[in-house]
Design a protein around this ligand. Structure first.
Ligand code: NAG
Ligand code: NAG
Ligand code: NAG
Ligand code: NAG
Ligand code: NAG
Ligand code: NAG
Length: 858
C-alpha cells in the first residue's frame, strides 16, 4: 500500500490548503465528497472530513491485484471495508465513478470499462447525487444537492449496510424484520485475500429468543456470546470493563433485532473484526504506542467451543482433571464409554426421571454460568423471577429457567435439551428442574461432609504440631524463604488450576500513559488545595477531591462523567538528593502503567520544586471499611453475593500487582486493608494506596521505613521487615475474613482467632456477619450458598498461615475463589497476632488512603 501513502499525504496537504483558502465549497468537497463530475482513479484517495478514514485503491500481497476500500488513516493495514472483495482489478486501471440514478460503479478502464463492482443503489430522481466518506468510516450516496439549508437529502446507499469483516462504531449486525435484510460481518479468506471466507459473525435473530451474537462456520455455530442480560452479553463479562468507552446498542422491536455499538466522546478508534481464523476481536487503537490493542477475543478457551460438552453438559476450565467436561446436577454421561474416550458430544442424560403428575419435583441452582443456548427457549420479559419459578414448576416440559435481565425480571424457560453451558466470571444463575430424590441427595452429602470434616480436624491437629515445629525451624531459614518466595509463588501456580485467564502483561502497554500535569492546573482543580476539598489524610499525604476542566486532556481518559479526580499531595522533606528524585519519577511511571479493573488508576503526577502530587481516578462509594464495620444499613447494603464479588475482585487486583507486569516487576502492595479498598458505583472493589508505600522506599525518607498496619501486617514483616508477595497474601486473608464477618482483626478476640476457633468447632458458618441475610431470597438450595461461604473462609485461613511458604500464591487464591470444586488444602493453625493495646486507624470512619503508622527500624 506504499503508493497509497504518498497520495494520502498529498490529500492531507490538500485538505490543509483548502482550509486555509477558507473553503470555497468546490475545494472542500473535493476532500471527502465526489459526484458525477469527478472520477476517482487508482492513486487518488478520498479522506473523511476529520481525517479518520481514507478511501482508495490498495493491494495485499500481490501488487497487481488492486482493491477499492476504506482504511483507518492512522493504520493503513486496518482495512475496514472492501468494495470488490472477490474481483480484484488487474493493475492500476481501476476507476470509481458515480453513474446514473446514484449508482456507484467500479470500472476496469484497462479492459474496456468492464464493471467490476456496483453499489446497486437505485431510486435517484435527479442526476445530482453525491458520494461522501463520513468521519465514521461510512461511505454514503445521497440523492440531490447537499446544501445545509435544504432538507436532509435521502441516503440511497451506504457502505455500513454492506459490511466486510469489520464492525465500526455506528454499524450493526442483526436483521430488519420488515425487509428481511440481514447484516453480518464475514471473514476474509486469508490475510491477503479479502474475498468472503467461511466465518460469519452476526446476531441471533430468531423471533422470541434473546438477542445474542454468534460466530458461524458455514452453517455450524462455533461460538456464542450468551444472551444479552440487560447490561452485557452473559458470556462476555469484560464488556462491562470497557463500557466507559462504548455504548452498546441492542434493539429488539417488531421491526428489528440488532446489536451495534457507539463510541463515547473522546473514546479512541476501535473496530470489531472477524478474522480469517474464525475469531472475533475487539481492537482499540492506542495512539501513544501506535498499535491496536485487543480488548476482547473469542472464542477464549476450549469451553467456548459451541456445545463442547453436549446436551446438559457443563464445561469448567477449572476442571482439568475431568478434561473440562461434566454433567449438570442430576445428569450422568449418556454414553460412559464414549465419555471415557473424551467424546463428550453426546452429552448427558437425566439420572432420575421427573415426576410430572405427582408435583414432587424441585429446583436446584447452578451458579455463575453462561446460560444455555436460548434458540428454542421461550422468553417472557414481563414476569418476575417468582412467577418464572412457578411457571417452571407447574409445566412438566420445563427443564430449566433463568432471569432474562440481571437488573431484575424477565423469564427464560427451556423446555428441551440445553446446550453450551460453562462456568464464567460474573455468570448467571440457572435453575434446573430435578426429581425429588436428586434433591434429597443434599442430606446424604452433608453426612459424608461431616465424616470428612472429622478426618480434617485430625489432620489439622497434626498440622498444628507440624507448624509449631516449622516455626522453630523457620527462624533459622527465614532469609532463604524470603529469597525463594518468588519461586514458591510460581510453584503454587502450577498446583492449582486457575479459572480466569492470567492477567495479560500486555495490559500494561495498553495503559493510557499517564503524563505529568502542572501544579497550576491542580491548584485550580482543588481550589488551591482548600481544606474543604480534603477527603482523606494519611501518613504520607493529604487527599483532595478535584474537579478538572472539561477540556483538559486527562478528562478524555476518564470513565463516565469522571471529571472528578482524587489529588494526593505528598509530604516530602525539603532536601532530596537528585538520585532519589529520579528513582521517584521512574517508580511513578511504573505505577502509571498499571491498569486493572480492580486497581485505582493513577492518571497523572506532578513534580514541581518540592511538590509531589499524584492524580488518581475518583471512586464514588468510598472505602470498604465504612461498610463492613459500619452501621446497620451501610453494613446490610453488602449482601453475601456482593461481599464474595468484592473479595474476588480484591484477589484479582493483588494478583495483577504481583504477576500482571511480568516476572521482573513484582509489586508488593505492603498495606492492604479495607480502608485501602475503594468501591465504585457498581460495588466493584478498587485497590488504592499501592505504590505510595513503594515510592517511599528506604532512601526517600532517609531511614529504613516499614509500613505497618497492625492487624494486617504479616508476622515476618511486622517483626523483621521481610517483604515478599506473601505478605500481601496474609493481609488479603485478613481482609477476606473481615469482609465475611464484619469484625476487625485488631479487636479482641481477633477475627483470625475467631475464625480458627469456629473452624475447629466446625461452626465456621457462624462467622458470617449477622447483618447479612442468611438465605438469599429466591435461591432454591442453601447448600450451594453455604459451601461457597465455607470455601471462602477456608481460603482466608490458608492465607493467614504463620509461615509464608504455607500461604498460597495470589494466582492460586484467585483460582480457589473462582472455582467451585477444586480441592483445597486444610488450613493449619494460623498466625494469631500479638497486637499492641492500641488500635490504629481511628474510628474507621475516615477515608484514609494511607498506612496507619510508620515504624522506623534502627
Ligand atoms: C469518468 O470516467 C468515465 C468512464 O471512463 C468517462 O466516460 C467520464 O468522462 C469520466 N468523467 C470525468 C469527469 O473524468
Ligand atoms: C494482467 O495484466 C498484465 C499486463 O497488463 C497481463 O500480462 C496479465 O496477463 C493480466 N493478468 C490477468 C489475470 O488478467
Ligand atoms: C448488483 O446486481 C447484480 C445484478 O442484479 C448482481 O449480479 C451483483 O452481484 C449485485 N452487486 C452487489 C454488490 O450487490
Ligand atoms: C440523467 O442523465 C441521463 C444521461 O446523462 C439521462 O438519460 C437521464 O434522463 C437523466 N435523468 C434525469 C432524471 O435527469
Ligand atoms: C432447537 O430445536 C430443533 C428442533 O427440535 C433442534 O434440531 C435444535 O437442535 C434445537 N436447538 C437448540 C439450540 O437447542
Ligand atoms: C408448557 O410449556 C410449553 C413450552 O414452553 C408450552 O408450549 C405449553 O403451552 C406449556 N403448557 C402449559 C400448560 O402452560
Amino acid at each position: 500500500m506504499s503508493s497509497v501513502t504518498s497520495h494520502g499525504r498529498r490529500h492531507y496537504l490538500f485538505l490543509l490548503l483548502s482550509l486555509l483558502m477558507l473553503g470555497t465549497r468546490a475545494v472542500v468537497n473535493a476532500a471527502d465528497t465526489f459526484d458525477s463530475g469527478r472520477n476517482i482513479t487508482d492513486g487518488e484517495t478520498l479522506v473523511s472530513a476529520g481525517g479518520s478514514f481514507t478511501m482508495g485503491f490498495f493491494s495485499l500481497g500481490v501488487p497487481a491485484r488492486r482493491y477499492l476500500g476504506i482504511w483507518f488513516s492512522v493504520s493503513e493495514d486496518a482495512v475496514c471495508w472492501v468494495a470488490n472483495r472477490d474481483r480484484p482489478i488487474n493493475g492500476t486501471s481501476g476507476l470509481l465513478m458515480l453513474g446514473d440514478a446514484g449508482r456507484l460503479l467500479l470500472l476496469d478502464a484497462g479492459s474496456g470499462g468492464q464493471v467490476i463492482w456496483s453499489s446497486n443503489s437505485t431510486g435517484s430522481t435527479t442526476n445530482s447525487s453525491t458520494a461522501q466518506l463520513l468521519d465514521s468510516g461510512n461511505l454514503v450516496i445521497r440523492d440531490g444537492a447537499t446544501s445545509a439549508d435544504s432538507q436532509l437529502p435521502m441516503i440511497l446507499w451506504q457502505s455500513f449496510d454492506h459490511p466486510s469483516n469489520t464492525l465500526l462504531p455506528g454499524m450493526k449486525t442483526g436483521k430488519n424484520r420488515w425487509t428481511g435484510a440481514e447484516w453480518h460481518i464475514t471473514s476474509w479468506r486469508s490475510p491477503t485475500d479479502p474475498s468472503p471466507g467461511p466465518y460469519r459473525r452476526g446476531t441471533e435473530t430468531k423471533k422470541g429468543s434473546l438477542p445474542e451474537n454468534a460466530i458461524w462456520n458455514g452453517r455450524a455455530k462455533t461460538y456464542r456470546t450468551g444472551p444479552w442480560n440487560g447490561v452485557y452479553f452473559n458470556g462476555v463479562p469484560e464488556m462491562a470493563s470497557y463500557a466507559d468507552m462504548f455504548v452498546y446498542e441492542v434493539t429488539v422491536s417488531p421491526g428489528e433485532v440488532s446489536y451495534g455499538y457507539a463510541a463515547k466522546p473522546g473514546a479512541p478508534l476501535s473496530r470489531i473484526v472477524v478474522t480469517d481464523a474464525g475469531t472475533v476481536q475487539r481492537l482499540v487503537w492506542d495512539a501513544s504506542s501506535g498499535a491496536w490493542k485487543t480488548f476482547y477475543s473469542a472464542p477464549r478457551d476450549t469451553c467456548d467451543a459451541y456445545a463442547r460438552c453436549g446436551a446438559f453438559g457443563l464445561c469448567d476450565t477449572g476442571a482439568a482433571s475431568t478434561s473440562m467436561c461434566g454433567c449438570v446436577r442430576g445428569f450422568v454421561p449418556a454414553s460412559p464409554s464414549a465419555w471415557y474416550m473424551r467424546e463428550t458430544s453426546a452429552g448427558c442424560r437425566r439420572s432420575v426421571a421427573l415426576d410430572c403428575a405427582g408435583a414432587t419435583d424441585g429446583l436446584a441452582v447452578l451458579r455463575g454460568v453462561k446460560l444455555p443456548d436460548t434458540y428454542n427457549a421461550s422468553v417472557d420479559v414481563s414476569v418476575g423471577m417468582e412467577e418464572c419459578r412457578e411457571r417452571c414448576l407447574v409445566n412438566c416440559s420445563c427443564v430449566a429457567y433463568a432471569a432474562a435481565d440481571v437488573r431484575g425480571g424477565g423469564c427464560i424457560i427451556w423446555s428441551d435439551t440445553i446446550v453450551d453451558i460453562r462456568y464464567v466470571d460474573r455468570g448467571q444463575d440457572l435453575y434446573l428442574r430435578l426429581a425429588k430424590s436428586e434433591l434429597a441427595e443434599d442430606a446424604s452429602r452433608k453426612m459424608s461432609a461431616a465424616i470428612i470434616a472429622t478426618i480434617c480436624v485430625a489432620c489439622a491437629a497434626a498440622g498444628v504440631f507440624l507448624s509449631l515445629a516449622f516455626v522453630i525451624w523457620r527462624n533459622r531459614i527465614r532469609r532463604i524463604v524470603s529469597r525463594d518466595a518468588r519461586r514458591v509463588a510460581h510453584k503454587n501456580d502450577a498446583a492449582v488450576h486457575v479459572e480466569e485467564g492470567k492477567p495479560d502483561p500486555d495490559d500494561a502497554a495498553t495503559a493510557v500513559t499517564a503524563g505529568s500535569i502542572d501544579l497550576a492546573t491542580l491548584e485550580k482543580a482543588t481550589r488551591n488545595f482548600s481544606t474543604r476539598n480534603v477527603i482523606g489524610e494519611g501518613a504520607f499525604g493529604v487527599v483532595y477531591e478535584g474537579q478538572l476542566l472539561q477540556d483538559h486532556p486527562l478528562v478524555a481518559g476518564l470513565p463516565g462523567n469522571g471529571r472528578k479526580v482524587a489529588v494526593k499531595r505528598l509530604k516530602v522533606s525539603s532536601s532530596l538528593p537528585s538520585r532519589v528524585l529520579s528513582d521517584y519519577t521512574r517508580e511513578v511511571e511504573t505505577v502509571c502503567n498499571l491498569r486493572h479493573d480492580n486497581l485505582v488508576r493513577l492518571l497523572a503526577h506532578c513534580s514541581d520544586g518540592n511538590e509531589r502530587v499524584l492524580v488518581y481516578e475518583y471512586v464514588h462509594n468510598k472505602s470498604l471499611n465504612l461498610y463492613i464495620f459500619g452501621k446497620g444499613s451501610a453494613r446490610a447494603s453488602l449482601n453475601w453475593a456482593r461481599r464474595l464479588e468484592i473479595i474476588r475482585g480484591i484477589a484479582r487486583g493483588v494478583w495483577y500487582l504481583h504477576e500482571g507486569l511480568g516476572e521482573e516487576n513484582v509489586l508488593v502492595h505492603r498495606d492492604l486493608k479495607p480502608s485501602n479498598v475503594l468501591l465504585d458505583r457498581h460495588w466493584r472493589p478498587k485497590i488504592a494506596g499501592f505504590g505510595t508505600a513503594k515510592l517511599f522506599r528506604d532512601d526517600l525518607t532517609g531511614t529504613q521505613t516499614v509500613v505497618v498496619s497492625p492487624g494486617y501486617a504479616s508476622p515476618e514483616y511486622a517483626k523483621d521487615g521481610d517483604m515478599t508477595p506473601k505478605c500481601d497474601v496474609f493481609s488479603f486473608g485478613v481482609v477476606l475474613l473481615e469482609t465475611v464477618s464484619g469484625r476487625r482483626n485488631s479487636a479482641s478476640p481477633s477475627v483470625v482467632s475467631q475464625a480458627w476457633k469456629l473452624w475447629e468447632e466446625r461452626r465456621v458458618m457462624d462467622l458470617l456477619d449477622p447483618a447479612v441475610c442468611r438465605r438469599p431470597r429466591g435461591s432454591g438450595s442453601s447448600e450451594i450458598w453455604s459451601s461457597e461461604l465455607r470455601r471462602c473462609i477456608q481460603v482466608g485461613l490458608l492465607c493467614v498461615q504463620e509461615a509464608p511458604g504455607d500461604r498460597p500464591a495470589m494466582s492460586a487464591v484467585v483460582g480457589m475463589l473462582g472455582s467451585k470444586d477444586s480441592r483445597l488444602e486444610q488450613p493449619k493453625c494460623p498466625a494469631l497476632l500479638q497486637l499492641g493495646p492500641t488500635c490504629y486507624g481511628g474510628n474507621g470512619m475516615s477515608l484514609d488512603w494511607e498506612p496507619s503508622t510508620v515504624v522506623n527500624l534502627t
